[in-house]
Design a protein around this ligand. Structure first.
Ligand code: NAP
Length: 332
């Protein structure tokens, strides 16, 4: 049994998540003298820490490495008094004040909460995929690409992530095959062109992975690929599988308290606010956004959440238009 955990009441505002949304919220909150606690989770810095070059974040004309960008954001927040702790949130109690946040090592009380918990890589859902995770199946080219030097590997997915992973993996692999379930790729033209122009990358379209063949001892040896047009299943020899098929929001611990949509993204009360269905709880970044999902948009909504939170704390804890049902806020 776990020993009783220390209860900490030092922080008026807690930010859950330390990606661009959480860090930007922390910068704004700390500059407003609210010195927030940022609970970083198991992946401090969020998804950008497992990417390489970030070429589309404004202000860096030559690009910047994802981990470096996140380190700079964190330093900027710490400079003004934000406190970062590498703790994983296990449960929250958001009904009534103060809110309580239970992590793997402490219980925190706070008056206001910003949820910037981000999203995680989606899995195909095959038992063989699960069994071989870390033994040839990966969700992060930056983390694991090095282990596939001079090997032939497969990337599953047709979006920007898949193109980015495939292109990056050609630095290591001798051949990269992108397997996508449709004829058309979803990726932006520039990312598609880059991948298509790379002589190490080939495409198998209209196909899915039915099974991953291999062992923990020997790694992956092949994949069973199903052609969705002919329904034929063939063995495709490969030594690695990188799954890049999108993300799912990290919002499970809020279910039943925060209003979530059918995919688990946090619902906001109003398009021009980060307020959730619970007064004093604000949400931003990829935990909310399944449309744009960019570092810069996450940072923007992190700023909004901090401003909304500050306003809520200083103006009698009333959020304008609060009590109207969702959808009726615009009817003045
Ligand atoms: P995404 O755009 O949602 O693409 C996911 C891809 O995986 C789609 O091609 C989808 O197929 C496929 N897929 C989904 N579930 C699957 C399954 N169970 N089995 C097989 N295939 C499956 O996700 P993303 O590529 O991660 O990109 C997310 C967002 O981040 C986008 O807005 C993207 O622009 C952005 N992003 C930008 C950059 C960059 O600019 N450098 C890099 C990475 C990501 P269908 O097409 O058939 O649905």
């Amino acid at each position: 049994m776990r020993a009783a955990m220390e209860r900490i009441t030092d922080y008026k505002v807690i930010v859950i998540g330390s990606g661009p949304a959480g860090c930007t919220a922390a910068i704004y909150l700390s500059r407003a003298n609210l010195a927030p606690l940022v609970l970083e989770g198991l992946q401090p810095g969020g998804q950008l820490t497992i990417t390489t070059d970030v070429e589309n974040y404004p202000g860096f004309p030559d690009g910047i490495l994802g981990p470096k960008l996140m380190d700079l954001m964190r330093q900027q927040a710490e400079r003004f008094g934000a406190v970062f702790k590498m703790e994983q949130v296990e449960s929250v109690q958001l009904i009534g004040h103060p809110f309580t946040i239970t992590t793997d090592s402490h219980i925190y009380e706070c008056e206001s909460l910003i949820v910037a918990a981000g999203a995680s890589a989606m899995q195909i859902g095959l038992p063989s995929e699960k069994a071989l995770q870390g033994f040839g199946v990966s969700y992060c080219a930056t983390c694991d690409g090095f282990f596939f030097k001079n090997k032939e590997i497969v990337v599953v997915g047709g979006g920007d992530s898949a193109m980015e992973e495939a292109t990056f993996l050609t630095k290591f692999a001798s051949k990269v095959t992108v397997v996508h379930r449709r004829e058309e790729l979803r990726a932006s033209k520039i990312m598609q062109d880059r991948a298509r122009g790379n002589p190490k990358i080939q495409f198998i379209l209209n196909s899915t992975v039915d099974e991953v063949i291999g062992t923990k001892e020997g790694g992956i040896t092949s994949l069973k690929l199903r052609n969705l047009k002919s329904n034929d299943v063939t063995d495709f020899a490969t030594q690695g599988l990188f799954v890049a098929i999108g993300h799912t929001p990290n919002t499970q611990v809020y279910a039943g308290q925060l209003e979530l949509d059918e995919r688990g993204y946090i619902c906001l009360r109003h398009p021009h606010s980060t307020a959730t269905n619970i007064q004093g709880v604000f949400a931003c970044g990829d935990a909310v956004d399944h449309v744009y999902r960019q570092a810069v948009t996450a940072a923007g909504t992190g700023c909004m959440a901090a401003l909304d939170c500050e306003k809520w704390l200083t103006h009698e804890r009333i959020t304008e238009r609060w009590d109207l049902p969702v959808g009726e806020e615009d009817r003045d």
